[in-house]
Design a protein around this ligand. Structure first.
Ligand code: GLU
Length: 473
């Protein structure tokens, strides 16, 4: 990335989201003032609190923004990042409402952040800080199984969610029976669900497959299959790693990984597990054997490829660098990586953008499954597991009788296979991602000259407007 004359700010991110909302609403016939209502966050709570660490008191600043309570609970992650601010949190909260409505998950949108660099603190210190932040949120029902359900985001994961759930339980909830549903993304052993960690990357895989399989989408550099497609991934955290891994399993060649410190390239394709191993031992992807290491700032423009997956942060492709990136499809794994101005430039150049609110919805979809599991107190697939195995076995016997010979072991396993929670989660996620893409394409065909983003925004804004209408707003 070229150094910008004026660094992109979180205000630009918020403006971009509002610009995308405005663009889509111009295609829709909404009651006056409703578009404006949808574009704004209802409330943002900002908090400063002190924690005694290393023999003194340190102050921390955090936010939890609620975009819209048209459906409760509201939902969205909590990020830990040194440059978070209120504008960023509000833009992300808006995106959560839009994302949930797009995939028909019954949540309003919310988002939180703590301005902190997790690398500056030990695990024990982070636990104290997280517990203290949870107390602040709980005091205002900004963590609550029926009102506001946080989840992991950048800089947070299963560990932070386990601390939050535990602190919430200690505080004592008004809804004691469902208190485990106060956050999602918990470790499986603490009420989480299988497949939540991989969920955003898995959802991205289903999104790319849906794009390629649809008869009305443009081929990517002449291709409609991932086989031998070249991919550059920006960001090798949970989302970037899983996206790269799953697309490689589908036959794509991951030719570049751009991280915040260094970037690596190999046109023959990088071995994702080996890069993850190398990063775990050395602390960086840089210096990976057989690959070319280049400075991070040149990462996005270093090599042309079929697909770019920005999986790091907002404002990655801006007006400053959009002429210099050479890809055919940009798959937004992060929230807001392409700014509104950059999008215009990419459209002009014929580069297709598969938008964030669709691509990265897998995280909140599987969070929804986890929340349902927590409030029903019943693991997925438990009730009909045995019954499915015996009907599968009956089908195998019938087929063997008709064929007059035993089926091959592989065929048997396919038909009478035991399915576990992970299979149910993946199947539910795939169904939701496929349906949402069909909805986007239907909307695109109804609107004149709409991009995939405008089509997706139009679907989701119409749904939110419908909820508002139903409650008389
Ligand atoms: N932080 C994720 C997102 O931005 C997940 C949110 C959730 O699971 O509630 O979509």
């Amino acid at each position: 990335m070229r150094t910008n004359e004026r660094p992109m700010s979180q205000q630009d991110f918020l403006n971009s989201v509002q610009h995308f909302i405005d663009t889509a609403t111009r295609h829709l016939d909404l009651p006056e003032g409703l578009a404006e209502r949808i574009a704004q966050c209802n409330s943002t709570y900002s908090v400063r609190f002190g924690v005694k660490l290393r023999g003194r008191i340190y102050s921390f600043e955090g936010w939890r923004s609620v975009h819209s309570e048209h459906i409760e609970p509201v939902k969205g992650g909590i990020r830990y990042a040194p440059d978070s601010d209120q504008e960023e949190v509000e833009a992300l909260a808006s995106l959560m409402s839009l994302k949930c409505a797009l995939v028909n998950v019954p949540f309003g949108g919310s988002k939180g952040a703590l301005r902190i660099n997790p690398a500056d603190w030990s695990e024990d210190e982070l636990e104290k800080i997280t517990r203290r932040f949870t107390q602040e949120l709980a005091r205002r029902d900004l963590i609550h199984p029926g009102r506001n359900v946080p989840a992991p985001d950048m800089g947070t994961g299963e560990r932070e969610m386990a601390w939050m759930a535990d602190e919430y339980r200690r505080i004592g909830s008004s809804d004691a029976m469902n208190q485990n549903a106060c956050v999602t993304g918990k470790p499986v052993a603490r009420g989480g669900i299988e497949g939540r960690v991989e969920a955003t990357g898995r959802g991205l895989q289903y999104a790319v497959r849906s794009y390629l399989a649809h008869p009305q989408t443009a081929p990517v550099n002449g291709k409609k299959s991932l086989k031998d497609m070249t991919v550059v991934v920006q960001g090798f955290g949970n989302v970037g790693y899983h996206a790269a891994k799953f697309l490689a399993e589908d036959g794509a060649r991951i030719v570049g990984i751009v991280e915040h410190d260094q970037a690596i390239f190999d046109e023959n394709g990088l071995d994702i597990e080996a890069v993850a191993q190398h990063r775990a031992t050395t602390g960086s992807v840089g210096g990976f054997a057989g690959a070319q290491t280049v400075p991070s700032a040149e990462g996005l423009t270093h090599m042309a490829a079929d697909i770019l997956i920005p999986a790091a942060k907002e404002n990655a492709i801006t007006a400053e660098n959009c002429e210099e990136v050479h890809y055919h499809l940009i798959v937004e794994a992060a929230n807001g990586p392409v700014t509104a101005q950059a999008e215009d430039c990419l459209n002009r150049r014929g580069i297709v953008v598969l938008p964030d609110l669709y691509v990265n919805a897998g995280g909140v979809v599987v969070s929804y499954f986890e929340w349902v599991k927590n409030i029903t107190h019943l693991p997925f697939g438990l009730m009909d597991k045995r019954q499915k195995i015996s009907s599968g076995t009956a089908v195998v016997s019938a087929l063997e009788e008709i064929a007059g010979r035993p089926l091959q072991e592989r065929q048997r396993a396919e038909i009478a296979r035991e399915t576990g929670e992970i299979d149910v989660v993946r199947s539910g996620l795939e169904e939701i991602m496929v349906r949402a893409f069909d909805d986007i394409m239907r909307s695109k065909s109804e609107l004149k000259d709409a991009t995939l983003r405008t089509a997706a925004y139009a679907v989701t804004i119409s749904r939110i407007a419908e909820y508002y209408r139903a409650i008389g707003l």
